[in-house]
Ligand binder design. Structure first.
Ligand SMILES: Nc1ncnc2c1ncn2[C@@H]1O[C@H](COP(=O)(O)OP(=O)(O)OP(=O)(O)O)[C@@H](O)[C@H]1O
Length: 813
């Protein structure tokens, strides 16, 4: 057993502003201290009436420049090592919204180097498995999201979820030993690193797709990625099972500060409530002599029960966004960490006997014992006695009882079935006699007869007690076997379910249909991702012509496009590098073969020399040529190995880049669909409003520039040939479904050009100033020659007229 307090680390998020409100002092021996200096006159947000200096102790504080690699090496690697040894481990990130929890646990969604603790730990674990050939490792992965106190399975590939509520709900169950079981949480087996990373990708994609617009800005849910590890020596029935929880908690911001209302407030209350219960558990654990720990109060604390004060090695990372505005939140995060640091956990080695292996071993043992018995007795036998055998035994027992000779024995041979049958026969007889004696107990029998009877009874009591004892033992063994058989069946079912789930993912869904990727992914290695992700990718080609055009513009203007392009070109570079390395590898192999041939030849020559007697000891002598060849071969081998290592690293990087690209693609699709339907409904609203005000052919009155919900997005304006209106159409994908041609995909600025007469007079109630706004909002990407301030009203009218002519030539509006 290992007793250890929860380890606490601090990580400070990079901040462009260099306001020195904190200082870090990392000492080798005594840990680190983090100090905040809060000026008394701090105006923006935090009013400090009491202290100026707050000091907190951590195992280590990672300052702004710390790389993800360093975080993994210092924090996650030791935990992964103890999980490999058979202890449970947990790493959880706690901090306010935007302080870098997800970045630390999962990683950034854009660069390979930004991989967080989860992918790095998976790589590390699989690397260690491959190095340890004496053990057999099996890995299962689960990914749970807790939102508003309800658990959801993020790895379910059978459901097409566009909302969190579509994912299977996970139920928390507790057995009599107070062990927590999560019903409905799927455990996916992953045979290698790639499969494990795909599961992470599937879970993160589900998490992203199921995000409601409400919780898009920040993660308002807790996510627990768990690796279930099983380690055994081949042939041994002893297994070590351990779990590694990697936890990304929701933002710890205080409700009062966030100023929320409606749905957001409900979410915030739940989050705060579950974090509040987490805090209560932590306070209870840090107090001595507290017998009741309120784990059951929330889903989060129930799930993390073992990690907090139980059988687990736990580490907390306090993520801190240290700028003046967030000082109070940072101080409160540190205070929480200080309390967590007081909790003592007792991690035990989770070693157990595998019931399946144990049953198999027992069965083998029974079989060999039967064979041994058959050899001794010289007879093969079934489990049940035959009718003849029973009749024979009854006769034998009767003869035994009738014979008054005390030396007369009941000879049954070494057959437990026969012995047991005779015992039970004797017991029945005794019980029968007892019943009969009771019937005559009103003085009919003589005292001598009664004395004899008592003696007989005492004897039979002894044998009956023995029989009972034996029966009890038998019953116990029976129970044990049926429990083991049940466990085995359960295990089997679980394995079958997992296999069925895997096979139920159609292969076509696994293939990526993503044009973005196809272009960039030269090796197309991303073929087997989860069904959900693939289904989303399939949506791309189903777009109507107009929507497709809109989508292309949307992608071009999307904030992630630059990163996608960067990653694509990086992928191309890596792919070219892979090709180069493969060639290098082939050349190196050829060179080694050639050098080996030369060495062989040289040896033969020397041997021949020796035989011919020219040099008697030539074989023993050091030959500089041979030495040189050997050196060369060693060098080549080293180069070969380092190229292979390089190739492996490249492969992992490329797989990761492809996953990043796919995720970005899915996100863009999601953003686009969301934006499109938002635009559709607002256009419909504005059109119905405008129709009410302006009876015939009125342009809609909504003149605000479109905002697709993506920060920094520029509303794209499309060509006049684009068909398909999102407005009021239940199926916005259907081309031209409203029967109208639309001139721009910025629906709020759709100009009804035909409502302007050629002499420049607007025939509806839209004032010219509004037309100016409409025209200028579409001008930047249209064929209008003038831009910005250069435009006069006359220019705009000329432009409108030109558009009108164009449309009247292009066909009916
Ligand atoms: N150490 C870091 N280095 C570079 N960027 C970072 C770092 N930490 C966080 N970021 C960036 O800051 C932003 C917010 O981080 P992140 O999403 O991880 O915060 P969070 O604490 O998980 O927030 P939430 O509670 O909303 O989930 C992200 O864009 C992330 O890439």
């Amino acid at each position: 057993m290992v007793k250890q307090t929860i380890q606490i680390f601090g990580r400070i998020k990079p901040n462009k502003k260099t306001t020195a409100v904190y200082s870090v002092d990392n000492e080798e021996q005594t840990g680190a201290s983090l100090e905040f200096v809060v000026p008394r006159d701090l105006a923006d947000g935090f009013v400090n009436n009491k202290r100026e200096c707050y000091k907190f102790r951590f195992q280590k504080v990672f300052d702004q420049a710390t790389k993800q690699e360093e975080i993994f090496e210092h924090i996650a690697k030791p935990v992964a090592d103890s999980v490999l040894a058979g202890y449970n481990g947990t790493i959880f990130a706690y901090g306010q919204t935007g302080s870098g929890k997800t970045f630390t646990i999962t990683g950034g969604a854009q660069r390979y180097n930004d991989r967080g603790i989860v992918p790095r730990t998976l790589s590390y674990l699989y690397e260690r498995f491959s190095q340890d050939s004496n053990m057999v490792y099996t890995t299962n992965i689960s990914y749970l999201e807790i939102y508003n106190e309800v658990g959801y399975d993020l790895l379910d590939s059978r459901h097409e979820a566009s909302r969190l509520e579509d994912l299977p709900k996970v139920m928390i169950m507790e057995d009599p030993d107070q062990n927590i079981h999560l019903r409905n949480l799927s455990m996916q087996q992953s045979a290698n690193e790639e499969e494990a990373l795909n599961l992470l990708f599937l879970g993160d994609t589900n998490r992203m797709i199921a995000e409601t617009p409400m919780n898009q800005a920040s993660t308002r849910s807790h996510c627990i990625f768990t690796v279930h590890l099983c380690r055994r020596e081949p042939g041994s029935a002893t297994v070590r099972r351990s779990k590694l929880h990697l936890v990304d908690l929701a933002g710890s911001d205080r409700v009062s500060k966030t100023g929320l209302n409606g749905q957001l407030l409900t979410e915030a209350k739940y989050i705060n409530l579950s974090l509040h219960y987490l805090e209560q558990v932590i306070i209870a654990l840090s107090e001595k002599n507290r017998s009741h720990i309120p784990y059951r109060n929330s889903t989060l604390t129930s799930v993390l029960r073992d990690s907090l004060g139980g059988n687990c090695m736990t580490t907390m990372i306090a993520t801190l966004a240290v700028d003046r505005r967030n000082l109070d939140e940072s101080i409160s995060t540190c205070r929480f960490a200080q309390r967590v640091a007081l909790i003592k956990n007792e991690a035990i080695l989770n070693e157990e006997l595998d019931p399946a292996l144990l049953i198999a071993r027992l069965k083998r043992e029974v079989l060999s014992l039967k064979e041994e018995l058959a050899m001794v007795t010289g007879e093969q036998r079934d489990d049940q006695l035959t009718v003849e055998e029973i009749q024979k035994l009854e006769k034998q027992v009767k003869a035994f009882l009738d014979d008054t000779d005390p030396d007369f024995t009941l000879s049954l041979g070494p057959d437990m079935r026969k012995i047991q049958y005779c015992f039970s026969l004797l017991k029945t007889m005794i019980l029968d006699k007892q019943v009969r004696r009771n019937r005559h107990s009103d003085g009919q029998e003589s005292p001598a007869a009664t004395g004899m009877q008592e003696e007989k009874e005492e004897n039979s009591h002894h044998s009956a007690a023995e029989v009972d004892k034996l029966k009890e033992m038998l019953q116990q063994r029976d129970n044990e076997i049926s429990i083991l058989v049940k466990m085995l069946k359960k295990e089997k079912k679980r394995a079958q379910d997992a296999a069925a789930q895997l096979t139920s993912i159609p292969t076509d869904q696994r293939a990526s249909t993503m044009p973005l990727l196809k272009e960039g992914s030269v090796d197309a290695a991303s073929e087997n991702h989860g069904g959900r992700a693939a289904q989303h990718m399939k949506r791309g080609p189903q777009l109507s012509m107009g929507k497709k055009e809109a989508f292309e513009t949307f992608i071009r203007d999307h904030k992630d496009n630059l990163t996608i392009e960067d990653n694509k070109s990086l992928l191309k570079q890596r792919s070219a590098e892979t090709r180069r390395l493969r060639e290098q590898l082939n050349e190196s192999r050829d060179r080694i073969t050639e050098l080996k041939k030369q060495l062989e030849m040289r040896r033969r020559q020397r041997a021949a020399h020796g035989v011919m007697g020219n040099h008697k000891d030539s074989e023993e002598e050091d030959d500089p040529v041979e030495e040189n060849l050997r050196k060369h071969i060693e060098q080549e081998k080293l180069a070969y190995k380092s190229t292979i290592d390089h190739l492996k690293a490249l492969r992992t990087e490329m797989e990761h880049l492809q996953l990043l690209l796919e995720r970005a693609k899915i996100k863009i699709h999601k953003d686009f669909h969301q934006w499109w339907s938002q635009e559709a409904s607002s256009l419909q609203e504005s059109e119905s409003g405008a129709t009410a005000r302006c009876p015939v052919g009125s342009p809609n009155g909504a003149l605000q520039p479109s905002s697709p919900g993506t920060p920094g997005f520029r509303a794209p304006a499309l060509s006049s040939t684009m068909r398909g209106s999102p407005a009021g159409d239940p199926n916005p994908d259907r081309p031209g479904s409203s029967g109208q041609e639309i001139r721009s995909i910025t629906p709020r600025s759709v100009p009804a050009w035909n409502n302007i007469s050629l002499d420049g007079k607007v025939t509806d109630c839209t004032p010219l100033s509004e037309w100016r706004a409409i025209a200028t909002s579409t001008i930047s990407s249209s064929s209008f020659p003038l831009t910005g301030d250069q435009q006069t009203d006359a220019d705009i009218l000329a432009f409108i007229r030109a558009r009108q002519n164009l449309f009247s030539r292009a066909g009916p509006p």
